[in-house]
Write a protein that binds this ligand. Sequence first.
Ligand code: CU
Length: 491
Amino acid sequence: MGKDWAGPEDPGRRIFIQGLGWVSLGLVSTTLLGGCESIREAIRNRPVRRRLRTGSTAVDNDIAIYRDAVAAMKALPNADPRSWFAQAAIHGTAGVGFNLCHHGTNHFFSWHRAYLLYFERICQSLTGESKFGLPYWNWNQNPGLHPAFLDNTSPLFEGSRVNNSVAGQSNFTNVTLNPIFDDGNFFTFSSQIEGTPHNRGHTHIGGTMGGFGSANDPVFWTHHCMVDYCWAKWNIELENDNTNDSGWLNTSWDHFVDGSGNPVSVTAAITTLMPLLSYRYECSTVGKFGCPLDLTAITAAEFRKLEARIKKGAEVRYEIRERVSISDAKTLTIERPVALESQVSTENFAAIVDADASRERVFLSIRFAELPETNDLFLRAFINLPGANRQTSVDSDHYAGAFSFFGTRAPTGRGQHSHAPTFLINVTETLKTLKRTGRIRSGDPLTIQLVPSPEGEALSKPDTRLMLQGLDFVVSPVTIRQRDRQSDDGP
Ligand SMILES: [Cu+2]
């Protein structure tokens, strides 16, 4: 193995040597936990992933290194696994399909976290900047792309982008993101981050970013770094727990390479510790959520507790207590928003409308038979608002949420993930508000309005059809985290 940057606490290396799951973690902890000062020291010395913005010397420096790294990767022959071509091809191939990436699965977060870490290692290794942390594009706070990506003489430039900003796009604003971050269930949180800001980031920037070759646009990595920060923020700062499902934890991948181009093996379990052990995020606000935790000021005991909590996870399942069908298969077109009326029985109605938000959440579950031919559109959902259309404000109390498609029906038939694309929208708060203000009454039917809108003025394929397979209300129990973590010192 060549000389790659990997500190003694590096979990990726441990797992490569030791095998699957948590086997290696004793080693990680003993190396790290010397005492307060050494922990603070270790955390401070990690690569820092900063929020992309102007006016910060540290960020300017990160961008300069990123630019050099991208140039160096682009200069490598395609056959080199660290080359720009090879790294992007792990994810997908333009005009052909996705390759190894996870979309629409429970490993959307974990797979992309590993993908980013090893990409970051390659950047570090090719530039000699062992402390380099990939900056993240916080679209909620800074909706415009950083100017460094707009300079057409820079390796960070990509000429095919359709938009350089997501300003004004509701998939990134607090009204949409707050209910997603309020969802304490790992699976449904992941699904909504993927379907809403993640998918829309791809399709709204568009061009290369909107297609199977998206990882060829340097913006991709900063966008996915933000997706990864969303997971880290939700899990580490906001104290929600990941799943402890052993099948999930022990899933492993061996198609990534380290900074020297040598293959590595990584488990989903290990990815959960990466933001603690391999890099750290500079905190920033997302929606109504500020910065409740400063990792660099943490004591050894607090760190141990935090690490134990992450390793322990929680009995999280995506369980369906109640499923009420609103609609069967239907074809939607962009020209015609669709209103779907439920035939909800009295008991079902109560289960949905009276759900106790502290114990259960209500989702709209929207399944499509297949991806559409084009993805330059997004959908908004409203409840009990018969006239809802493209112009209806998301500030309406009836607004439930939005989602976008990423990927299209692959021209070759391969490369798209085989499942039917399913989207979840957390409608718990919307239902509560409508009930409180008398706009939902027991016995009246609940109606759902799905409003498709083009990204721009018109669709590239105006006759695009959306093959809705089914739309349901789903009531899912909230996993109650164990409050007492005193005895949770991990396995
Ligand atoms: Cu993506």
